[in-house]
Ligand binder design. Sequence first.
Ligand SMILES: [Ca+2]
Length: 96
Amino acid sequence: MLSSSIPSEQLRCILLRDGCSRVITGANAKKEMVKSKLPNTVLGKIWKLADVDKDGLLDDEEFALANHLIKVKLEGHELPAELPPHLVPPSKRRHE
Ligand SMILES: [Ca+2]
């Protein structure tokens, strides 16, 4: 399920927000991600969980979710293997 890491280009978007304004729309994207000091492997896992619709991009809601997952990890909790339903952004819920 988590066999492949995220493409380096996407990670670069996370870390640098370089030419990725349509992907990472949060002004604090770079700050938040770098501030976390989490290893790339963890950020990749967070990306996979946060990209709910699997389109390879993080929109506002998904980025907020990513930040939430970063906090979870920083608080010492393990990341879930799959995103719990209650964390899925309302606009991404398709099974209700
Ligand atoms: Ca997405």
